[in-house]
Design a binder for this molecule. Structure first.
Ligand code: NAD
Length: 295
């Protein structure tokens, strides 16, 4: 059985070409899709994420403005700042880089973003809209997973999809999206988490497994059936003897499992490239909607 490697790069490229055309149309109306990215504190990983987003936006003739805030900023000051961005007509999308310092209530902060500028799709209204089948913005990583499944024609309809991980940014939105009667959907979805006593019971009967738990090389060949399709969302640093001192691995033990799968996303180069692409897409969508409202 030959294994299909579900690289995210061609999928991201295809989307970037389509997004590019939409950006050109907006340009004719003198609109540059603009993202405000708020970075609180000096977490090195968060800085890298924000800088990477900034580079991609600039490369695609969009604007990303990075606002760096001191880690001791108060909740009310941060919310006031977000309010000012909500009112700024030149800003189409607002993103608060997570995680936030512990003294800030993440739910409160995310709820203060205008749902029409919430390009990450984390606002409770936007989460609710996904649940009732009328998404406003689809969160970028789940969106990327769906687009990979669509691009490689991995049929999810009537299949049993097992999701490992119930985070608000990956597992839960995927559960809501894949169970709807959407183009990539209508699946029977099981969601497993730290409260699941014996994960193998579910993963062994899954047609498709999506793993987002943040534990390196967690899913092994003895936990899956032959011919399974796997989306590995995990991005973990595993220490090794290389010059860098680590390598990037997913939540799936790729080498161990590869002989058993029908298809699998690699890490790196699978879901990762899609996440930023879908952020670009959501920001362009926010700009298009604003233009439509004004005309
Ligand atoms: P999280 O830490 O917020 O949530 C992890 C989830 O996994 C929790 O719901 C927890 O219940 C579950 N879990 C943890 N250990 C488990 C176990 N032993 N068995 C079953 N469930 C378990 O994580 P997250 O933010 O969803 O991220 C998950 C992984 O995905 C991380 O490696 C992260 O770096 C990666 N990630 C990648 C992208 C991307 O663009 N590719 C985007 C977001 C997150």
């Amino acid at each position: 059985m030959s294994v299909k490697i579900l690289s995210g790069h061609p999928v991201a490229e295809k989307h970037k070409q389509l997004i590019g055309k939409r950006i050109d149309l907006l340009k004719k109306e003198n609109i540059v899709p603009t993202l405000a990215a708020i970075l609180v504190g000096d977490d090195p990983a968060s800085k890298i994420y924000v800088n990477t987003k900034h580079k991609i936006f600039t490369k695609h003739n969009c604007k990303s403005i990075v606002y760096e805030k001191n880690s001791v900023i108060t909740e009310s000051d941060l919310i006031s700042f977000i309010d000012s961005l909500n009112l700024d007509s030149n800003i189409h999308g607002i993103l608060v880089q997570l995680p936030l310092p512990k003294h800030l209530d993440e739910k409160k902060i995310l709820s203060s973003i205008d749902p029409n500028k919430d390009v990450d799709g984390f606002h409770p209204i936007n989460v609710g809209k996904i649940l009732i089948g009328t998404p406003n913005f689809i969160p970028c990583t789940p969106y990327g997973c769906l687009e990979i499944l669509k691009f490689y024609k991995i049929n999810v309809r009537s299949k049993h999809v097992v999701i490992l991980g119930r985070s608000n940014i990956v597992g839960k939105p995927l559960m809501a999206l894949l169970s709807q009667k959407f183009e990539v959907g209508n699946a029977t979805v099981t969601i497993c988490h730290t409260g699941t006593p014996d994960l193998k019971l579910y993963t062994r009967i899954a047609d498709i497994i999506i793993v987002a738990i943040g534990i390196p090389l967690f899913l092994k060949s003895n936990m899956v059936k032959n011919g399974v399709d796997i989306i590995d969302v995990g991005i973990n640093r595993l220490k090794d003897d290389s010059k860098k001192g680590y390598r990037i691995v997913g939540d799936v033990d790729y080498e161990d499992i590869i002989g058993k799968v029908n298809s699998i996303t690699p890490v790196p180069g699978g879901v990762g490239p899609m996440t930023i692409t879908m952020l670009l897409s959501n920001t362009v969508l926010a700009a298009e909607r604003k233009l439509l409202k004004e005309t």
